[in-house]
Design a protein around this ligand. Sequence first.
Ligand SMILES: [Mn+2]
Length: 346
Amino acid sequence: MTSKEEKLQDFDANGLALSGQLYGLPFTPEESDIVLIQAPWEATVSYRTGTAEGPAAILKASAQVDLYDSLIPDGWKHGFALLPEDLGLRELSRKARAQAEIQLDALIEGGFNSEATSFVNESCVTMINLIENKATEWLERDKIVGLIGGDHSTPLGLMKSLAKKHSSFGILQLDAHMDLRKSFEDFKYSHASIMYNALEEIPAIHTLVQVGIRDYCIEEKEYAHLNRVTYFLDDYSKKKQLNGSPWSQIVDEIIESLPEKVYISFDIDGLDPSLCPNTGTPVPGGLRWEEAIYLLEQLVVKKRKIIGFDLNEVTPFENNEWDAAVGARLLFKLCNVAIASKEALS
Ligand SMILES: [Mn+2]
């Protein structure tokens, strides 16, 4: 067996990527500081399917990503490893999706299919528990754990697992949507309810800070006002910028709202849809690439400690690799930012 040191010596960071390995890196999960869970799950998507293929598409696209990162050039040497896909999870997603469609058809006719709805809700609980257990296994080994979705319902188990380790932390959510619905289409663990469920079920969440928001309902806005939520509407940021305020000033405001420990939940639809044209529920507006990267890097500059993260709703489409290429680069930045925040504080 070659040690991590030997692998580092033999590895050509400028050469062709090793296929089948995330970013072509040669390390096992045990040798890596960052361990990534795949969640090929799309039981409750409401518009367009395909995000269950997100992790596999990101893995494939990751071969094209250069390892140099301007924030932390040697970040990759810490190891970013993708855990194998859980085939049972993919199969359960497929079955739950079929039942969800039965309920969606019933809804359109003004009805309700309790059997199908129960199956979806129970399957979601199974998924959440499975991811919580997987995350706990690696957190106990002192890894930084990230998750690749799948739809936005998938990171709840990871957040729960982190709450066992950290008594208080904030969530930075980049998203077009608030995801604060009590349930959506009768599905309790819908992608549209992730942050409602997180706030209700995880008291350790000190505050939720939302950025990029531009599609929400009154009920969600009211819930945000009454609970531990600070939101930065896209409209607010864009008007400020049009009136001459720099993005850096808005980023300062965003980061001031966050406590020291931060979990990042990145829904790709928080970005401008030109960067994620095939995502499930695209909305015009949103963050430009440079704005998102600046915000993530400023977390490190402002001494926030990144305790975990997810990237969700990346959706490949047929032979178009653009969504996955953006996703793979964003995931790479999330990994590097997490490593840099650890280094900056140690
Ligand atoms: Mn979302």
